[in-house]
Design a protein around this ligand. Structure first.
Ligand code: G6P
Length: 610
């Protein structure tokens, strides 16, 4: 899940590469490096830490060259130090490459290469690729052939870009399991693991598929399969704006993304609500509509925040569509040999569309004959491409590592799917219309919920030094409790647990004392009375309660330490509103604790390793 950028053209490559890397820093940020070709020589610079550390390290050194590659790393093999940072090279720095992914058979290859006299400088799997190409190139005249033959030897995943002294005017790129796009400019070309890295220069992209590679020079590019078949790739135009991925005046991307939610929720619904018929339309499912509608069982598979959205999906699809739904972490689903039949629908939810476990889970489901649909944010991502059909959530680029707007859009998209399926079952047109009306009101209600910000800041100030938090919710608000706890953990490094409120009695209650803040989502729904009892159980043990309540709820005001009033909606839509103050709470606590909100330690935005 590292970030890669490559450039070949007439301009100086270094600033283009560095700026591209900065846009990719969300993919990993424990070390970074750059390599440039000039006058037949390749210079390599790398440093531990963020891109700014690399820039500082390079300082005034001359970094000339119009062909180059760069990398920001999130370590898998080998400690994140300067040596293990990319780019990596062969014996004489003739072949230099950056790589995202994991080479599973690297140890066997490395032993073989050592036995042939290669000396390795790093602990990485990536260095093996450079030496392997070097070795194969000894017995062939064609560098391209050596490159291709080496790819055939690699097990595992790679998105890689390479420069070589043997052919100084070329960039080589290859993809298997890790995303790679080629940006086509005017007499110049870019390669990146994400289009946003090169969007400042071009909107025309070629998406490499797994098992494909490209050879690029100043005159153009050739794309082939690793079986050596030339393939014509279509150039696709990216439509999102660069300024949408800037901070737009907010201190952090996360805060900007929290505040974007009235719009992103609306964007997710745009053109999809059929008011008169009381139904939702999801065009991306048209090819698989029959299978979606007749599905006898639905599996939802995802990781992290997307998994929490999936839990909400389960509750709503079972309640309204009466179809059995199972939600499973993709990492479990892919390995446990689940019972999947060909009349089952598997929904893979992923913001990035690149999460390795989710991708593998959907492949497993396909292999077993299920219809697979994606609920994805990043257009053109691997999951979006490999599913039989899907729904984009249209949240726009999410840069903050802790997912916020993607979550509310995922739940919105699930709600659309829910109405669409339910209307073919028992839901009446009248009920459908009421739901559509209520969904239309969601952006305003989210806007209202954002007004809790000032109060939430006060609460954050009071509780910022606590070491543990408990989050409780029931029904549709239980996954919200899980998500609220996850947000706090991710960015403030405070231990937090989400629990179904009643289940608290079977364990967490033992932890409650005056030092334990308990965040309870207690909006007025069918479980309201029950959750009041749970709150009393906490209060009886001197726990501090912060309750997210329905606007106008006077009763709870007297029972708890703080109430955060938010608008209410239909139960199955409530999480879209309830999560807002919890996102803000995590954000403000993290800021007050001096944490790096957008790039929390050890995490990465897109986890493309298992
Ligand atoms: C990482 C991110 C989370 C995200 C999860 C799943 O852990 O830090 O924010 O929820 O991956 O990612 P996906 O892109 O598949 O939704």
């Amino acid at each position: 899940m590292c970030g890669i950028v490559g450039y070949i053209g007439q301009r100086e490559a270094y600033p283009i590469l560095i700026n591209g890397l900065k846009r990719l820093e969300y993919r990993g940020y424990d070390s970074a490096g750059v390599a440039l070709t000039k006058n037949g020589h390749i210079s390599i610079e790398k440093q531990v830490g963020k891109i700014s550390a690399l820039e500082k390290w390079i300082g005034d050194k001359s970094m000339d060259g119009t062909v180059g590659i760069a990398h920001t790393r999130w370590a898998t093999h080998g400690e994140p130090n300067q040596t293990n940072a990319h780019p990596h090279s062969d014996t004489n720095n003739d072949i230099v490459l950056v790589h995202n992914g994991i080479i599973e058979n690297y140890d066997t290859l490395r032993q073989m290469l050592i036995s042939k006299g290669h000396v390795f400088r790093t602990e990485t799997d990536t260095e093996t690729i450079a030496h392997l190409i070097e070795e194969i190139y000894k017995s062939t005249d064609s560098f391209e052939e050596a490159f291709r033959a080496a790819l055939l030897e690699l097990d595992g995943t790679y998105g890689l870009v390479l420069i070589t002294r043997h052919e100084p005017g070329k960039l080589y790129a290859a993809r298997k399991g890790s995303p790679l796009v080629i940006g086509v400019g005017d007499g110049e070309y870019f390669v990146a693991s994400d289009a946003s890295a090169v969007l400042a220069h071009t909107r025309d992209m070629i998406y490499l598929e797994d098992g494909e590679f490209a050879v690029i020079d100043l005159n153009g590019y050739v794309t082939k399969t690793i079986q050596n078949k030339v393939i014509e790739k279509q150039v696709e135009r990216v439509t999102f704006d660069l300024e949408r991925i800037e901070k737009a005046g907010y201190d952090h991307f996360m805060l900007k993304e929290i505040y974007e939610q009235p719009r992103t929720v609306a964007d997710c619904m745009r053109g999809r609500l059929m008011e008169e018929e009381g139904v939702a339309r999801l065009g991306g499912l048209s090819d698989i509509m029959h299978n979606v509608m007749r599905a006898r069982k639905i599996f939802i598979t995802a990781c992290g925040t997307s998994y929490h959205a999936g839990l909400i999906g389960e509750y709503m699809l079972e309640e309204y569509c009466r179809i059995p739904v199972e939600v499973e972490y993709a990492s479990e689903f892919r390995y446990r040999d689940p019972i999947i039949q060909d009349d089952n629908l598997v929904i893979a939810i992923s913001q990035s569309g690149e999460t390795a476990d989710t991708l593998a889970a959907l492949r497993e489901a396909k292999r077993k004959g299920a219809t697979v649909m994606g609920l994805v944010n990043v257009v053109g991502s691997s999951i979006a491409r490999e599913t039989d059909g899907g729904t984009y959530i249209h949240a726009g680029p999410e840069i903050g590592v802790a997912s916020t707007k993607a979550f509310t859009s995922q739940v919105t998209a699930l709600a659309l799917l829910n109405v669409m399926i339910a209307r073919t079952k028992t839901m009446s047109a009248e009920q459908g219309r009421r739901i559509i009306q209520e969904m239309k009101a969601l952006p305003d209600k989210v806007e209202q919920a954002l007004k809790s910000d000032v109060l939430v800041q006060e609460i954050a100030e009071e509780f910022k030094n606590k070491t543990n938090f408990l989050y409780l919710g029931r029904g549709y608000n239980f996954p919200v409790a899980l998500e609220g706890a996850l947000k706090l953990k991710e960015i403030s490094y405070i231990h937090a647990e989400g629990y179904p409120a009643a289940e608290m009695k079977h364990g967490p209650i033992a932890l409650i004392d005056e030092d334990m803040p308990v965040v309870v989502i207690a909006t007025k729904d069918s479980t309201y009375e029950k959750i009041i009892s749970n709150i009393q159980e906490v209060k009886a043990r001197k726990g501090r309660v912060i309750a997210v309540v329905s606007e106008g709820d006077e009763k709870l005001k007297h029972e708890v330490d703080y109430t955060i009033p938010i608008p209410t909606t239909f139960n199955f839509l409530q999480p879209i509103i309830s999560i807002i103050p919890l996102q803000l709470l995590a954000y403000h606590i993290a800021v007050l604790r001096g944490c790096n909100v957008d790039q929390p330690r050890n995490l990465a935005k897109s986890v493309t390793v298992e």
